[in-house]
Ligand binder design. Structure first.
Ligand code: CU
Length: 141
């Protein structure tokens, strides 16, 4: 008698359920591995960002009495220097090779520059040619 319902030779539970179970558990394993991988990547990213953020420093150079103080400073790549004009006249901070150049820094104002690359950067004030300074940027370990 055919009433439109196809009969399978086996009960559905014996053949489909185990297959479904296998594919499901394999998918779970892959998903689990993927989430572990993502967690690892996140951890590496976060710790390296945190390390970089902790390692990067800011250094002050004061401009006073027509001098940069200190006139010579050593920093690490990634560090920033903040020049603050504590003098009673305008100054500028302009590197010899054009890596950085401030506008006029008025009394009480600051200019900052982040040094990403190692090197030796001599600089001066274009308003007072005798004012000279140097920044030595060491490679980040
Ligand atoms: Cu000056």
């Amino acid at each position: 008698m055919d009433n439109g319902v196809r009969k399978t030779p086996y009960p559905l539970s014996t053949i489909h359920y185990p297959l479904h179970f296998v594919s499901c558990s394999r998918r779970n394993t892959i998903a689990g591995m993927r989430s572990i991988l993502i967690a690892c990547v996140c951890w590496v990213c976060l710790t390296s960002f945190a390390t970089a953020a902790l390692a990067a420093e800011s250094h002050e150079v004061s401009i006073a009495n027509l001098q940069f103080k200190p006139a010579s400073i050593s920093i690490k790549a990634g560090d920033t220097i903040v020049w603050t004009n504590n003098d009673d006249r305008d100054h500028t901070v302009i590197s010899t090779d054009g890596t950085f150049a401030s506008d006029t820094i008025r009394r009480g104002e600051s200019f900052s520059f982040k040094f990403d690359k190692p090197g030796k950067f001599t600089y001066g004030c274009k308003l007072h040619p005798r004012m000279k300074g140097v920044v030595i940027v060491l490679a980040q370990k």
